[in-house]
Design a protein around this ligand. Structure first.
Ligand code: URA
Ligand code: SF4
Length: 216
């Protein structure tokens, strides 16, 4: 199977999945969307009200803010892949339970394997915990870390940051610093960027962050 076929197959399975309790209350499962050859993967928490209605990730208020954040990072939404740790909406947007994360984790793992992104931006605690289980988000947000051969960029969850002025300015600063963090990382690993990413840097408004540069 090609990566594209695998991704379609995963999306098909997710749509009819009954592996955890979340299937009882969902209207539409949300497998995720974006190009299969994306170099950057964004992982959120789980669908909210509007995502459940439309079957698409980050289309509500948090999604509008994510769009704004992507602009700060000089990234077009069409070039990144966006998904969640659980593909069905937790009732009343409660946190996903360990057994739900467990049941759904296999879909996410298969998506990551097929897309094979070298940068993963985690949005919120649950996707961060997949890669950096001992970390506190308040201590490491915006700071890139290599996990195997993938660069993990832990960010606050846009929905959490939206209404808290301190977190909001932090998450905006973290997204502004994202291109620089990626650029530094790719120099270290001598990764050749595809033109689409190079273009991203040229259009980015990012300024150098001395704190981030010291990490490499
Ligand atoms: N919040 C998330 O974590 N994911 C979505 O898709 C929408 C809101
Ligand atoms: Fe299946 Fe994941 Fe939906 Fe649970 S959340 S029913 S495991 S697709």
């Amino acid at each position: 199977m090609t990566a594209d076929e695998t991704m379609r197959e995963i999306a098909k399975q997710v749509t009819i999945c009954e592996k955890c309790e979340l299937h009882f209350s969902r209207k539409n499962a949300v497998p995720g969307e974006g190009p299969v050859n994306a170099q950057i993967l964004f992982i959120g928490e789980g669908p909210g009200f509007h995502e459940n209605e439309q079957g698409r990730p980050f289309v509500g208020q948090a999604g509008k803010f994510l769009d704004e954040l992507l602009t700060h990072a000089g990234l077009k939404r069409e070039v990144v892949f966006i998904t969640n740790v659980v593909k069905c909406r937790p009732p009343s947007n409660r946190d996903p339970l360990p057994e739900e994360l467990n049941a759904c984790g296999n879909y996410l793992d298969k998506q990551i394997e097929s897309i094979d992104p070298w940068v993963i931006v985690t949005l919120g605690r649950f996707s961060m915990a997949k890669y950096l289980p001992m970390a506190r988000i308040s201590a490491i947000h915006g700071k890139p870390a290599w996990v195997g051969d993938r660069l993990i960029l832990p960010m606050y969850h846009p929905a959490a940051a939206l209404h808290q002025p301190k977190l909001k300015s932090d998450i905006i600063a973290d997204f502004v610093g994202l291109p620089k963090a990626i650029e530094q990382a790719q120099k270290v690993r001598k990764i050749n960027l595809e033109p689409i990413i190079a273009e991203t840097y040229q259009t980015s408004s990012a300024t150098e962050s001395p704190e981030q540069l010291r990490l490499f």
